[in-house]
Write a protein that binds this ligand. Structure first.
Ligand code: APR
Length: 232
């Protein structure tokens, strides 16, 4: 029999020990900032510079952090597991890629990419963005925005995600509060496909009851432990 397909869903908790704040923990990004002011299309229409400032700071913070043992363990799993491993992340950082993961599905977009609302082009973007920044593709100003899925927008790659989760033998959610749909619903899809479900988090969450098994503790400890269990 072939090895079961593994699907991993990660959230902000996996990058916390690298030094990136989560959203809903104490001192999280949504503690000092209202979602409505920085993370929805209406906020960008109302005050684009404020939104750009928020994401410019977060993009710049990526230069100061490194992947941790949890990101590295998942990259090892992708290399060593004889079956399929699909890594889906809600994170907009690039720590999975920097740890060596080659295929990462960024359902909420990426900080290091910009999207032009005039011409629809997406491009790698490492610097700050401002209203006056010219789009290198169409040459127009006031169109570039962070390539981030905001509240009220549709997450990326949903077809691919649903297909992978619907075929999962093992589904593991790591460092996510499970409060944001549709990511929060994937565990149900996995269960209906017959997958064994595991939650790795440093605490119980409001959705812990949906999972068959739990590993409670810091991602840098629990993820390498789980990967060792799988690949030995
Ligand atoms: N190890 C394991 N889990 C951790 C750690 C850690 N070191 N630190 C925090 N956590 C857990 C918290 O207990 C919490 O359940 O990570 C989770 C982080 O939850 P959120 O801050 O809600 O982040 P996330 O689930 O990724 O948010 C989903 O919400 O605002 C949006 O678009 C944003 O992608 C984000 C989405």
């Amino acid at each position: 029999m072939s090895e079961p397909s593994v699907v991993v869903l990660t959230g902000a908790g996996i990058s916390a020990e690298s030094g990136l704040p989560t959203f809903r923990d104490k001192d999280g990004l949504w503690e000092g900032q209202r979602v409505e002011d920085v993370a929805c299309p209406e906020a960008f229409a109302r005050d684009p510079e404020r939104v750009q400032r928020f994401y410019n700071l977060r993009r710049a913070a990526l230069d100061t952090v490194e992947p941790n043992a949890a990101h590295q363990a998942l990259a090892r799993l992708q290399q060593a597991w004889p079956g399929r491993v699909t890594l889906i992340t809600q994170n907009v950082d690039d720590l999975h890629e920097r740890a060596g993961s080659t295929e990462v599905i960024h359902m909420h977009g990426e900080l290091r990419k910009a999207l032009c609302t005039h011409c629809g082009n997406r491009m790698i973007w490492l610097d700050d963005l401002h209203g006056s920044t010219l789009c290198p593709a169409c040459g127009r100003r006031r169109g570039l925005r962070p390539d981030i899925v905001w509240f009220g927008e549709i997450p990326y790659h949903m077809e691919r995600i649903d297909e992978a989760v619907g075929a999962a033998g093992i589904f593991t959610a790591i460092g996510t509060s499970g409060l944001v749909y549709p990511a929060s619903g994937l565990v149900h899809l996995a269960k209906s496909a017959g997958a064994r479900t595991l939650e790795i988090n440093n605490t119980q969450t409001q959705v812990s009851g949906c999972f068959d098994r739990h590993l409670i503790g810091p991602a840098t400890v629990q993820v390498p432990r789980w990967v060792e269990e799988l690949i030995g």
